[in-house]
Design a protein around this ligand. Structure first.
Ligand code: NCD
Length: 300
């Protein structure tokens, strides 16, 4: 049984294997896709809202021949409203499904679930902790446009609260890149992640404004302000934002990425620029999650 709780579980060799499968699936006509999930049931247990992650996982399961048990809005519809603990819910669903894709508002929830689950847990986002499958599709997409050697990668947004930025950072520090960490004061990476950056072979700099760094970047990865993680004043902080008029500052072959949803951090007018690859990035989530599920059940 292999839980997927943190992106730290993946090394470059595993990524290469996973991405080779994802690429094959991406190029395959739907009718020729292998069915390793035939006879399997996968539960998607989501205690936080989601469009891309839940639906791409569910589409991936269906395309691989499996069935779905779906609980969107789990906090309101499950027995947790009667006081049932996450651990008990996981034990129960683990009796009905062959794997559980879990999204939860508390950092560490996936790890807690993995400790009691009779079936693999896939972390689909645990509060401000991690979002490993997002980082996988992010790197998959990035590598289709850029080699990661000596690239200048800007991570912009709520570096403190954004789990997608956390998981992506933990992957990126395995490559010889130059990092620009762009966030307002008070919203830098958590100290334990900063420590990991300092131990690696990457150069890095903290930036407080986006526009002055734009001309240096090969990749801009920007995420919305994670307002649901804060109450009161902090929810009103405005993070870095990319406007249409900023596009002239970016290199002609740079790419603009965003895990989405996009709120106000990227103007809708940016979408038409060929450097904006965030919709392609979201679509790649399907192939990468298909590859992940295939590998999970192929080697049974
Ligand atoms: C992200 C998330 O849920 O952390 N969304 C996603 O899965 N693509 C990003 C976000 O909500 O800002």
């Amino acid at each position: 049984m292999r839980h997927i709780v943190s992106i730290k579980q993946f090394d470059k060799q595993q990524l290469a294997k996973l991405f080779a499968v994802a690429k094959r699936l991406q190029l395959s006509p739907p009718w020729a896709v292998p069915q390793p999930l035939k006879g399997r049931v996968i539960a998607t247990l989501f205690y936080e809202s989601s469009t891309r992650t839940r639906l791409s996982f569910e589409s991936a399961v269906l395309r691989l021949g499996g069935g779905i048990l779906s609980t969107d809005n789990a906090q309101e519809v499950l027995s947790s409203t009667k006081g049932e603990s996450l651990a008990d819910t996981i034990r129960i669903i683990g009796g009905y499904a062959d794997a559980i894709v879990l999204r939860h508002p508390e950092a560490g929830a996936a790890e807690r679930a993995a400790k009691v689950s009779p079936v693999p847990i896939i972390n689909a986002g645990d509060g401000s902790g991690e979002h490993p499958t997002q980082a996988l599709l992010d790197i998959y997409t990035m590598q289709q446009h850029k080699t990661l050697n000596n690239m200048v990668v800007g991570l912009a947004g709520d570096l403190r609260g954004s789990r997608t930025l956390h998981s992506l950072l933990l992957l990126l520090i395995n490559y010889p890149i130059h990092l620009r960490l762009i966030a307002p004061k008070g919203f830098d990476l958590p100290p334990e992640l900063m420590q990991q950056v300092e131990q690696r072979n990457v150069s890095w700099a903290i930036e407080r404004a986006l526009q002055p760094v734009l001309p240096r970047l090969d990749v801009l990865y920007i995420n919305r302000w994670q307002s649901e993680r804060y109450r009161g004043a902090k929810s009103k902080v405005l993070g870095p934002a990319l406007r249409e008029e900023d596009l002239v500052l970016l290199k002609h072959n740079a790419v603009i990425m965003n895990p989405l949803p996009r709120v106000s951090e990227v103007d809708a007018a940016v979408d038409a620029d060929p450097r904006a690859i965030y919709f392609e990035q979201a679509k790649n989530g399907l192939y990468v999650r298909m590859a992940l599920l295939s590998r999970l059940f192929d080697n049974d």
